[in-house]
Design a protein around this ligand. Structure first.
Ligand code: C2E
Ligand code: CA
Ligand code: CA
Ligand code: CA
Length: 278
């Protein structure tokens, strides 16, 4: 083992090289993966903080690569964003999520909204609104059962953004601001845009209530959301202590491993089936 440093004096950055190769490979493979049916949606329940009653689900994409196994979205979404492939991939996600939710409604499960993550690149595409409309039309899902999660990164083009969001809202589609507190956070936009849900980023929850600064920030974000009349949801809730804290401070909904991790379609259907029986 000691000889290794002698044989390898240049400290070539294999890690970086790996990352680069991985990127190029992913870029090449993405379109084929979509045609080949390698993508799958997982669904994470959202629940009411006080009653823990199901209030909706978030669709989260998974890639089952035949060579590498499961690839997480944090690895391939940024690549798909850079190449523009996210527009096509996002269209698939929208249709699949709407189709699944419609099927659940027809199976007699509680009628709840499904939320879909929308990248800024996808949102800015001139045909975005049309793509959303088409997904609803093709699947027959009523617009009030679709929720779009956007991040603060869409906010750098306020006028166009506002027009699109206004239109979607008028159509009855609900809009959430995702990862709140980590981006360009402008309180002004929060007031001006037609949002319904504020999702507090997990980073504010993780250290609560141990870290007094995170806790203070969390409390002020909850208050901000409430004072703007938004539904406030905390992401990444893992412990009972976090839940108790959020309940005590008026956070409306929670999502996180405490209640449930994202589940495959089969697993969440089993859960829904039990809920309908009880
Ligand atoms: P996000 O929208 O903030 O989604 C929440 C992430 O936190 C998910 O990771 C979820 O599995 C994870 N999570 C949920 N509860 C907990 C918890 O209690 N503890 C911890 N540690 N993590 C928790 P995931 O599924 O790996 O997705 C990562 C990100 O990839 C998402 O973050 C979202 O930004 C993006 N993404 C996922 N699916 C899509 C998609 O269909 N389209 C787009 N554009 N982006 C997507
Ligand atoms: Ca999200
Ligand atoms: Ca989030
Ligand atoms: Ca996030």
């Amino acid at each position: 083992a000691k000889l290794a440093s002698v044989q390898e004096p240049h400290y070539f950055d294999y890690y970086l090289m790996d990352k680069l190769l991985e990127r190029v490979q992913i870029e090449k493979k993405l379109p084929h993966a979509l045609e080949n049916g390698e993508f799958e949606l997982y669904y994470q329940p959202k629940v009411d903080s006080s009653s823990l009653v199901l209030t909706g689900y978030e669709a989260l994409i998974r890639w089952n690569d035949p060579d590498h196994g499961r690839i997480l979205p944090s690895t391939f979404i940024p690549v798909a964003e850079d190449t523009g492939f996210i527009v096509q991939l996002g269209e698939w996600v929208l249709r699949e999520a709407c189709r699944t939710n419609k099927a659940w409604q027809e199976a007699g499960y509680p009628k709840l909204p499904i939320s879909v993550n929308v990248s800024a690149i996808q949102f800015r595409h001139p045909r975005f609104v049309h793509i959303v409309e088409a997904a609803l039309e093709q699947t027959g899902l009523a617009p009030q059962y679709l929720e779009l999660e956007v991040t603060e990164s869409i906010l750098n083009d306020p006028v166009i953004i506002k027009n699109k969001l206004d239109y979607l809202k008028e159509r009855g589609i609900s809009l959430s601001i995702d990862d709140f507190g980590t981006g360009y956070s402008s309180i002004y936009y929060l007031k001006e845009l037609p949002l319904q849900v504020l999702k507090i980023d997990r980073t504010f929850i993780t250290q609560t209530p141990e870290d007094p600064r995170d806790t203070a920030l969390l409390l002020s974000i909850i208050q901000l959301g409430k004072s703007l009349g938004l539904t406030v949801l905390a992401e990444g809730v893992e412990t009972e202590e976090q839940l108790k804290f959020l309940q005590a401070h008026g956070c409306d909904q929670i999502q996180g491993y405490y209640y449930s991790p994202p589940l495959s379609k089969e697993k969440i259907e089993a859960l829904l089936y039990e809920e309908t029986l009880s």
